[in-house]
Each structure stands twice: as C-alpha cells, then as structure tokens.
Write a protein that binds this ligand. Structure first.
Ligand code: ACO
Length: 446
C-alpha cells in the first residue's frame, strides 16, 4: 500500500492510497487500485479498472460492501447511530426546522435565508393541485386497492401530463419537475385515501403549510368545517423530516438506476414508490402495526420473540434491524419521544398497542439474539403508532413515507443527472446456469 494524497475535501472523492491486488485473474502482474476518501465515512477501493486489468468482476449481492455513487446529500454513521442531511444532524433539524426548509436543504445543499425560504415555499405551494384529468385515473381503481398500488400508477401517469417538465437535460425543467413532485405527492396520497373510503376528493389549501394541508386533504369533508390540530400538524411535519432522505437505500437506488437510463423524473419516482412498498423497506411501518395487532396482549410477546429467533420460521420482528445502523436508529429515538407526546396530547397515552410496543422493545433489547446481531428498533417501529393515533389507517402508512421520501429521491436523482461521471447503471453477474448446449427438437426431449 502506498500513501499518495491524504487530503479529503468536500470537492469530491480524493485519492488517498492505493491497494495492490497480486496475481488476480488473467493478469499475472499485480494490479494497483486507488483508495478514495470522502469528507467523512469509510474509504473506498476504486475498482473501475478491475475488469480491464484482471478479467474479474466483484461479487456483492445486496451491495453490502459497495458504494454505488458519490453523493453530498446524506451521511449515515451506522455504528454511532448518526444521520446528517447536508452535514446537519437530524436531531437539530427535527428540533428547529420544518419540512419545506429541509426540502430546500436537500435540494440545494444549504439552509435557505428568509427570502429564499418564502420564495421556495410559494413556488412549491403553487403546484399542489393535480391536473383535473388525473382525478379520472382514480375512478379506474377498485375501492379496495392498496394506496401504494394507486400511488405507483398515478405518479407514473404524471409523465403523461407534464411534458413541459420532462426534459431531463434542461435544468429549469428538472427544477419544475422536482417542485411538482414534492407539491403533488400529498395531494395524490390524500386522494388515494379519500377514494378508498368513498369520500370526495378535497382540493389543496395553499394558505396552510405543507403538513397542515396534507392533513386537511385527508380529513376535511365538504359538508363541515375542518380545523387542523396543530399538534398533529407538528407531528406530521416531524415524520416528514425524519423520512426525507436516507442515503442509498433500496428505493433511492431504484430511482437512481431508473434515472440512469435517462427516464423522466415522474417515471423514476413511481419506480421508487414500488421499491419502498416492500415490508423490508418502507412497508415495514404497516407491517409493524399489523404485528402489534396480531400480538394483541402482553402474554403473547414471548411467543413472537421466539418465532423471530426461529430460523425455520420466516417471521421477523418488524421494525427491528437495519442494514446500516448497528446502533439505535437516531430517527427511532426522536420518534419514540414524539410518540409519547402525541399520545399524551391526544389523551390516548394508555394506548394498548404502545404498551405492547414498549414491552417488545424492552425484551428485544435485552435478548441475547437481538443484542448479538445489533438489532435495534428502526424508525418504522414508532411511526406506525403515531400515524394510527392521528387517525391515519394502516394501509396508508407507507404512502405517507413516500410523500416524505420524494424530496430525497428527487434530490438524489438531480445530483446523479448533474454528475459528469454518470453512466447508465449496469451491474454484471456470476452466471451459474447451464453452459452452452445445442437445441433439442421436441420429439427428442424426455
Ligand atoms: N427479526 C429477527 N431477526 C432478524 C431481524 C428481525 N427483524 N432482522 C435481522 N435479523 C437477523 C437475521 O435473521 C440474521 O440472523 P443470522 O445472522 O443468524 O442469519 C441477522 O439478523 C442479519 O440479518 P440480515 O437479514 O442479514 O440483515 P440485512 O441487513 O440484510 O436486513 C433488514 C436488514 C431488511 C432491515 C432486516 O433487519 C429486517 O428484515 N427487518 C425487519 C423489517 C424492517 O423493519 N424493515 C425496515 C427497515 S428501515 C426502513 O426501511 C425505513
């Protein structure tokens, strides 16, 4: 290993070292690979010349040791349990910021000044309505359709409505598409909810803030006045901040991969929604509540803990474990506190499901199986309980997550488009199927 350049700056990855791979593959000569450093976080081995130099690929299913891109947006230290948006700790943003300010930060890299903040808020709010024709799409779905199924379809269909912001080569169109997506996602999620319960769609109200307007569109009805509860609006704003971005998770990587071919941002976001839906990712918030409802009483907790530990049982304790956090998820800590505040304010602090959740958390945090594997509660463990207390049905939980994560997806997508080293994402494989063989006619097959 030779020391070359140790300086790591925020201007892009810097070469720090090289590693030497001796006698690899078809090449008898040792091959030197650069070691790159970011601003913070582990160094990476740059293997871009590996195949050319050795004829070998790397193998990393699930990308457990692979950095797929350079990014300046979000940083996670999984061992410390730290999450930074553009360098700012999530705890400070949760305490002092609001969702639209966080959106600005994620998109532009800096917190807005007062003038920028007012303009951004105004510009995003301008786009809250969807094309009236979009309403007709909803009528094509069954009333019992899962809201995420509706979201995938309707958000993908936005590509058919907003041709004037689909040219990804034009920075202005990219910005308009970003604002449209951030603004319209709550409208679409609320419409999916209203459709499922047979109530009329409620148009956005631009005099309300982002979280207030989302609640208004979900809970107002045309026949009587609706006053947004400020405690619920604050809790919703917090949920949105905590879910806004999370580095190269499955849905964000999906958005980047879809976008790497030049697909438009509405189609890429629909791909992100599809990826988020799974229970190992954003669908976990719905799955946590389903699990707590199934557990139903304190006496049954040990049975579920045993099932989670049983290798022959596919059951996992939902809301526990994380690919990156091997410590308490910092978002879960904030959510845990908020959960108590919201339930107290709503006068439902004796919520039985919360009691089961707390007991489950206590047992799991002491159990050798979970301790050995660093399985801590993740953000989804508490968000479902808060959302339920707010009156949001379980099936809509992941759609709320999608509303929040849209800014992260679109910020990462824009970053990728602007990256001069961007290429179409095209992983390779290790092939284990049959080697070449000759076609056998049907009368000769056994
Ligand atoms: N319950 C029981 N055992 C678990 C759990 C769990 N929730 N999570 C992981 N394990 C065990 C695995 O069985 C494995 O044990 P082994 O080493 O004896 O084989 C070990 O812990 C490591 O698990 P992996 O599956 O290798 O970890 P991975 O990083 O691939 O998975 C994941 C992470 C998908 C989040 C996983 O922990 C899980 O399925 N959790 C439940 C679903 C969930 O809450 N998802 C939300 C994630 S956060 C988010 O998307 C916002």
């Amino acid at each position: 290993m030779t020391q070359t350049d140790a300086a790591a700056t925020a201007n892009g990855p810097q070469q720090k070292d090289t590693v030497t791979l001796a006698e690899a593959g078809s090449n008898a000569e040792p091959i030197e690979l650069p070691v790159l450093s970011g601003t913070i976080g582990p160094d990476v081995i740059d293997i871009r010349t590996l195949y050319g130099g050795t004829g070998m690929f790397t193998y990393d299913p699930g990308y457990t040791s692979t950095a797929s891109c350079e990014s300046r947006i979000t940083f996670i230290d999984g061992d410390k349990g730290e999450l930074l948006y553009r360098g700012y700790p999530i705890e400070q943003l949760a305490e002092s910021s609001d969702f639209l300010e966080v959106c600005y930060l994620l998109l532009y890299g800096e917190l807005p000044n007062a003038e920028q903040s007012a303009k951004f808020s105004n510009d995003v709010t301008y786009h809250t309505m969807v094309h009236e024709q979009v309403n007709l799409f909803f009528r094509g779905f069954r009333r019992d359709a899962h809201p995420m199924a509706v979201m995938v379809g309707v958000v993908g269909a936005l590509s058919a409505f907003y041709h004037d912001s689909s040219d990804i080569e034009d920075p202005y169109q990219r910005m308009v598409a970003s604002y449209r997506l951030i603004a319209k996602m709550p409208t679409i999620a609320a419409m999916a909810f209203k459709f499922s319960i047979g109530q009329p769609f409620i148009y956005p109200r631009n005099d309300l803030n982002y979280a207030e307007n989302f609640l208004h569109m979900m809970f107002a009805v045309p026949c009587e006045p609706y006053r947004v509860n400020p405690i619920l609006a604050k809790a919703m704003d917090l949920i949105l901040i905590l879910h806004a971005d999370h580095e190269q998770n499955a849905s964000t990587s999906t958005v980047r991969l879809a976008g790497s071919s030049g697909a438009n941002p509405f189609a890429c976001t629909a791909a992100g929604i599809a990826s988020l839906w799974g229970p190992a990712h954003g669908g976990a918030n719905e799955a946590v509540l389903k699990m707590l409802e199934e557990i139903d009483s304190h006496d049954r907790i040990p049975e579920f803990i045993d099932r989670a530990k049983d290798k022959d049982d596919p059951f996992r304790l939902m809301g526990f474990g994380h690919r990156v956090y091997k410590n308490y998820d910092p978002r879960a800590k904030i959510m845990r506190e908020t959960c108590h505040e919201v339930l107290d304010e709503l006068g439902v602090h004796d919520e039985p499901l919360l009691k089961i959740a707390l007991e489950l958390e206590k047992i799991a945090l002491q159990d050798e199986y979970f301790v050995e594997r660093n399985l801590y509660p993740n953000v989804d463990f508490y968000s479902g309980i808060i959302l339920r207390a707010m009156g949001i049905p379980r099936r809509l939980f992941t759609a709320v997550f999608a509303v929040a994560r849209t800014v992260g997806w679109i910020a990462q997508w824009s970053e990728m488009i602007e990256d001069p080293s961007q290429k179409i994402g095209r992983p390779r494989q290790i092939y284990t199927g049959p080697a070449r063989r000759d076609f056998v006619s049907i009368d000769q097959r056994s």
